[in-house]
Design a protein. Structure first.
Length: 182
């Protein structure tokens, strides 16, 4: 029998998700043989957006409150301004990310997604990139921010992969899959 497939958690709020930042890495994880799982505030559907235009809905697999970080091999945090602002206010999502970092597991985050990492207080000493409008927030959280297509940082015992926006998805996906061992 084949080795157990790696499960990758995608952390999102109920709406405002930049759809391509969810679907593109999701498909790449599947193509690489991983099992993507959608985690959110509650069961039901979450709403993707193409920038500010409502798009598709996606079924939630596990609510944050019931998610065990030990069940996952990697995390993807998609962006979208509203998504990122909402997800960082969920205490269970914050605890999930904190536990993941403590366990030394890889996290990949794009665009506004690193706001959740700032809220979880796991960015001290990390080198990263993001959508430029949140760079001050990330620097204030202790990160070394720069404007690059993709940054990979192994500081503090866990790998962080970050990118700025949907244009960076090819580089983001490649680096994230490598960090996840896929």
């Amino acid at each position: 029998m084949a080795n157990e497939q790696k499960k990758i958690a995608f952390l999102v709020s109920a709406e405002g998700i930049e759809q391509v930042e969810l679907t593109d890495p999701w498909h790449e994880v599947e193509k690489a043989g991983g099992v993507p799982r959608l985690l959110s505030t509650s069961l039901g559907q979450v709403k993707g957006f193409n920038h500010l235009t409502p798009a598709d809905e996606f079924p939630v697999d596990v609510p944050f409150a019931e998610a065990d970080p030990a069940d996952y091999d990697g995390v993807v945090i998609p962006g979208g301004v509203a998504n990122s602002d909402l997800v960082r206010t969920d205490e269970d999502a914050v605890r999930f990310v904190q536990a993941f970092a403590r366990a030394g597991k890889p996290i990949a985050s794009i665009c506004h997604g690193p706001w959740l990492l700032a809220e979880a207080d796991v960015l001290k000493g990390k080198k990263l990139t993001s959508y430029p409008s949140i760079r001050t927030d990330l620097r204030n959280a202790g990160a070394d921010w720069s404007d690059e297509e993709v940054r990979v940082c192994d500081h503090n015992g866990w790998t962080l992969v970050t990118s700025r926006n949907p244009d960076d998805l090819p580089a983001f996906n490649k680096a994230a899959l490598k960090a996840f061992g896929l």
